[in-house]
Design a protein around this ligand. Structure first.
Ligand code: 3H9
Length: 723
């Protein structure tokens, strides 16, 4: 059989050629697919039985874009340009078809998929379909004419929005904007065939490259580009691809279709070879790989979660309950006192009201979510729920008592989850009497917003419990990442090093504002001190207090006294109106506070540190080196399965810039030898608390990278805490 006909099928239905792309799972434009589509269109043009043609996708979607796996094979600017010219020529050929050619869209038409659809003469779609140019999320721009045809169909403003943000546009809006021409409510293929015959009857072929009205007057279209570029100054934070998309769009408006396309091809080549794109492509696959746990096969049985309960209605407990309600799962929310319960419910209500007032949810959605949360002061009803999440204070004795209660009041197959961010889950799992059912589910603040769910595997957690945990993450619209049971697990263990370095930089002479701004400039949404003012200075202070009470010290090195001083002063951050910054009543705008410099000076004097001026580069280098070095320890000890798992956690839990790939990929791009040299230099300068991680030493010496580390040398199972 012709291999091309396996990827793209051709048949005649009701005098219309039906060209079906069949390249599971998402009909990506892998090698052979564009060629086969072009050949099928040529065949339809010559086929006396065909009056028109329909391009459609087999399975669950239309074409979801280029095959991203092949980007890594583009070795040079010249080869990228050559490939792009070939694809542009194919699309021109398709667009020149003398018979009406209709793209019939279901699922998603993304990237190259939408570009193929736009080279067709018309587009129809089912109501649930979505279209988009998400290339910017991969650090590139549309490379097959998207920046040239989309503004001609939808106008510059809409095309700019889509190409700089990468969001998926629902069919109804796509219709209103002129990207598609009809919504088909019934059977898509039948509707598309009927539409094609209508166009064959009226003799209509319309080439989007020839439409000019929507980008006229030029001055207005160019003004939209300038406005977008200005807005990106606030949102793109160091990424290049969104600006590149604007540049290509300007070429579309100023130079006309052919010269504009040539410019797009050049800009695409620059982007696809950039570190930014390599980082984002790695992250795309890492985000999908986290779901694959080597010793927990895909077909591991899972428990159906129909109802849930949460113990503790504080900030985290309330947010966790909202997650279940948002997913349509009824949830019991338990507190010890009526007062605490009322307080928790009031915060939940306020959160929903704020979303409703911003138009993010409707009143109806808010009412439904609230009706799914049942407040309670007892364990009544806990015997029928499928999962309980404990979100009580971070105190081992309290957790043990709670898990002993839960073991007693829940049914034997109920999953017992803990929101602990640091404690040894094995210790309280045993107290439940059912450790196989116990798993850590560590949410990130605000729990109803942040995408990351850190799942912690205890020594006795069963595979079924893990598989169910991963399924719950998906159901709650989170990215679940499974990690091992070490102190702070992976997320907070690394954050401790991140914060250590930020505190020490402050004592050594940088200001809170300089450190935060350096990190924001690097691409973080907020710097370390701003972040801590949001999360609460009290959280870390209480963990330090707890550790001291059991005679343990934190392992990450010198502990600055400044955060503890702030805690003693009642400066917990935004919630108390002051922390590292000062906040006016009702405002979240951080105002620098000279008091912090005084405290830093005092702490520096106590530790005999000489204060000095510091560059932003040193700040970023010290902080990111601390993260990567500890990440290497975590990988080496086997508490994370892959470097990508750590990166996904940092991007989704802490807003590490996607275009840098995450702390581990970023270290790879800096070069592990440079990172190791820095660790040695810092050790000589600041002290022995800078230990080079053995894995970093090993890879740097061998000229390797974290991502290039061979699969054989990676752990197949997560490590367990030594007791
Ligand atoms: C582009 O088009 C450039 C052009 O302008 C120029 C060139 C012509 N390639 O996400 P899922 C895999 S750039 C290769 O779990 P869902 C994915 O890795 C591209 N593989 O499913 C996974 O594999 P596995 C622009 C791909 O239902 C499996 O498919 N397009 C691709 O949750 C299922 O994926 C995009 O950026 C791909 N393009 O979501 C779209 N896409 O099972 C990227 C998916 O082994 N894709 N895979 O882990 C998506 O956004 C989502 O996958 C989609 C489905 C919404 C389509």
């Amino acid at each position: 059989m012709d291999p091309m006909s396996e990827l793209v099928h051709y048949e005649i239905r009701d005098q219309v050629a039906v060209i079906t792309v069949d390249n599971p799972p998402v009909n990506a434009l892998s090698p052979g697919v564009p060629e086969a589509i072009e050949a099928a269109v040529s065949r339809a043009a010559k086929d006396p039985q065909a009056r028109a043609a329909v391009l459609i996708g087999a399975g669950s979607t239309f074409i979801a874009g280029a095959d991203i796996r092949f980007f890594e094979t583009i070795a040079s600017r010249e080869s990228s340009i050559e490939r792009s010219h070939a694809i542009h020529a194919r699309l021109a050929h398709i667009e020149n078809c003398s018979k009406p050619l209709i793209a019939a869209i279901h699922g998603t038409a993304l990237g190259g998929g939408l570009e193929f659809a736009m080279a067709c003469h018309y587009r129809v779609a089912v109501p649930a379909a979505k279209v988009g140019q998400p290339e910017v999320l991969l650090g590139i721009i549309p490379g097959a004419g998207g920046t040239q045809r989309l503004p001609r169909l939808a106008g510059a403003a809409m095309a700019l929005e889509m190409c700089t943000h990468g969001q998926h546009i629902p069919a109804e809006r796509a219709l209103a904007e002129g990207i598609i021409d009809r919504i088909i409510a019934g059977d898509l293929l039948s509707g598309a065939i009927a539409f094609a015959l209508e166009k064959a009857q009226s003799g209509g072929v319309r080439k989007s490259r020839e439409i000019e009205e929507k980008i006229q007057p030029r001055a207005a279209a160019l003004a939209a580009c300038t406005k977008t570029r200005e807005a990106l100054g606030k949102t793109a934070r160091g990424a290049r691809a969104p600006y590149a998309a604007v540049e290509a769009m300007e070429a579309a408006i100023e130079l006309g279709f052919d010269a504009g396309s040539a410019r797009e091809i050049e800009i695409f080549a620059d982007c696809v070879l950039s570190t930014e794109s390599h980082a984002m492509v790695k992250l795309f696959f890492a985000e999908r790989e986290v779901a694959k746990i080597p010793d927990v096969p895909k077909d591991t049985p899972t428990l159906e979660i129909r109802s849930a309960a949460v113990v503790g209605a504080g900030t985290m407990g309330g947010g966790i309950a909202m997650n279940y309600a948002n997913a349509g799962i009824p949830v019991l929310l338990k507190e010890v006192t009526q007062e605490a319960l009322d307080r928790g419910l009031a915060i939940i209500r306020k959160n929903y009201q704020s979303s409703a007032s911003k138009g993010r949810i409707s009143q109806q959605q808010m009412d439904r979510a609230l009706s799914l949360i049942t407040p309670t002061l007892t364990f009544d009803g806990f015997d029928s729920v499928d999962i309980v999440t404990e979100a009580v204070f971070e105190n081992m004795d309290l957790k043990k008592t709670t898990f002993a209660d839960l073991g007693r009041v829940t049914k034997p197959d109920c999953i017992l989850a803990s929101n602990t961010s640091t404690l040894d889950i094995d210790e309280f799992a045993r107290a439940s009497g059912r450790p196989a059912k116990v798993i850590g589910t560590h949410y990130f603040s605000p729990a109803n917003v942040m995408k990351l769910l850190e799942l912690v595997r205890g020594s006795e957690t069963s595979k079924e419990t893990i598989a169910t945990g991963m399924k719950i993450a998906k159901k709650l619209n989170k990215i679940g990442v499974l990690v091992g049971n070490c102190f702070g697990f992976v997320a907070n263990r690394m954050v401790a090093y991140y914060m250590r370095e930020a505190y020490l930089l402050l004592e050594e002479g940088a200001s809170v504002q300089q450190i935060d701004q350096a990190l924001v400039h690097f691409g973080m949404p907020v710097g370390p001190f701003g972040m801590q003012d949001i999360a609460g200075i009290d959280v870390g202070a209480r963990i330090r207090q707890y550790l001291r009470s059991i005679g343990k010290e934190r392992s990450e090195g010198p502990q600055s006294v400044v955060p503890d001083w702030l805690f003693d002063m009642g400066r917990y951050g935004q919630k108390t109106g002051a922390g590292w910054y000062h906040y006016e009543a009702g405002s979240r705008t951080p105002i620098p506070d000279p008091l912090i410099d005084d405290l830093a000076r005092k702490a520096a004097a106590e530790r005999c540190v000489t204060r000095r001026a510091m560059t932003d580069e040193e700040i970023v280098a010290r902080i990111t080196t601390a993260l990567a070095n500890e990440g290497a320890n975590i990988l080496d000890e086997g508490f994370a399965l892959r470097p990508g798992d750590i990166d996904v956690m940092y991007v989704h839990g802490f807003g590490f810039p996607r275009h840098r790939g995450g702390p581990m990929y970023y270290a790879d791009t800096v070069g592990l030898k440079t990172v190791l040299d820095r660790v040695h230099r810092y050790r000589a300068e600041f002290g022995d608390y800078w230990h080079p991680a053995p894995l970093l030493e090993q890879l740097a010496t061998a000229g390797g990278t974290f991502y290039g580390r061979s699969r054989e040398s990676r752990p197949r199972e997560l490590a367990q805490r030594s007791h």
